[in-house]
Design a protein around this ligand. Structure first.
Ligand code: SAM
Length: 189
């Protein structure tokens, strides 16, 4: 079985949007307790690599080639370890299920969620190969649209998805961005 119910959300997103392929290198941000890592490891198989990061310790996995880093993704030091773990070839897919500690105050929880999502987006700039895919969880609210616009400039297209497995927590959506174009098209092109 999977370590988290969240595992089924990544399965659904992958089935709908064809994210994870054999041999891929996948980066998973906010990976504890490890459900998404299990799904990613299954999909990429023996020839693939999965690197997970979380503030919390992640128990070792039996599945495939999985490396975990304990750290805060808002800190440069953690990103440094992540870059080293991924290596020069970069990642084919970056997924982020990071979520802030909930205060119950809607605007604050939304703002913190968008901040984490933007950190994950910055990581795509550092690590994602051209043509790669990006999935990020965000709580709905005022700043979602501006964030989505920024993401769509760097990818061929972006969809906003609410997987059936996450219907219970109604304010959360996933942005699924396909086809990383590395840098936005500059004016005049
Ligand atoms: N996808 C995971 C799974 O399937 O097991 C569940 C992830 S859980 C919903 C969100 C995670 O984000 C928490 O484990 C939390 O520690 C992590 N997180 C929140 N802020 C973070 C940060 N700044 N850096 C790294 N991880 C963070």
């Amino acid at each position: 079985g999977y370590r988290s119910r969240s595992a089924y959300k990544l399965k659904q997103l992958d089935e709908e949007s064809d994210l994870l392929d054999r041999g891929d290198t996948v980066v998973d941000l906010g990976a504890a307790p490890g459900g998404w890592l299990q799904v990613a490891a299954e999909e990429v198989g023996e020839s693939g690599t999965v690197v997970g990061v979380d503030l919390q310790r992640i128990d070792d996995l039996d599945e495939g080639d999985v490396e975990t880093i304990r750290g805060d993704m808002t800190e440069e030091r953690t990103r440094h370890y992540l870059r080293e773990a991924v290596g020069e070839d970069g990642a084919d897919v970056v997924v982020s299920d990071m979520a802030p500690n909930m205060t119950g105050e809607y605007n604050l929880d939304h703002a913190r969620s968008v901040h984490l999502a933007r950190q994950a987006f910055d990581v795509t700039d550092e690590l994602l190969s051209s043509g790669g895919d990006f999935v990020v969880k965000v709580f709905q609210g005022d700043d979602l649209e501006a964030f989505r616009d920024d993401v769509s400039e760097a990818f061929q297209y972006v969809r906003t998805v609410s997987p059936p497995a996450s219907r219970d927590s109604s304010s959360e959506v996933y942005l699924v961005a396909k086809g990383y174009t590395e840098s936005p098209v500059t004016e005049g092109d």
